[in-house]
Write a protein that binds this ligand. Structure first.
Ligand SMILES: [Zn+2]
Length: 81
């Protein structure tokens, strides 16, 4: 069995110390990690362009301090009456 290395940072926001969310029901099949800052989740068995912060698509990356400026999606329409 190969030892699985705990990721050091979130692939999307690069916050340190992502957490282990859960393990596969079949022992050692996969692990899901979770970023407590941006709520990104990923499985250790996903390709490098998802799991590796250096290869994650830069168009989908952001800094944690930007989260407060994000718009609400979907937009909340005005009341009609
Ligand atoms: Zn994150």
């Amino acid at each position: 069995m190969t030892k699985i290395k705990q990721p050091e940072m979130c692939p999307r926001c690069e916050s340190l110390k992502p957490e282990t969310l859960c393990h596969s029901p079949v022992k050692n099949a996969w692990i899901i990690y979770h970023c407590p800052v941006c709520f990104f989740t990923w499985r250790n068995t996903e390709p490098d362009f998802i799991t590796d912060p250096a290869q994650y698509n830069p168009h989908f990356k952001f800094k944690p301090e930007s989260i407060d400026t994000f718009d609400i999606m979907p937009a909340i329409p005005e009341l009609k009456r």
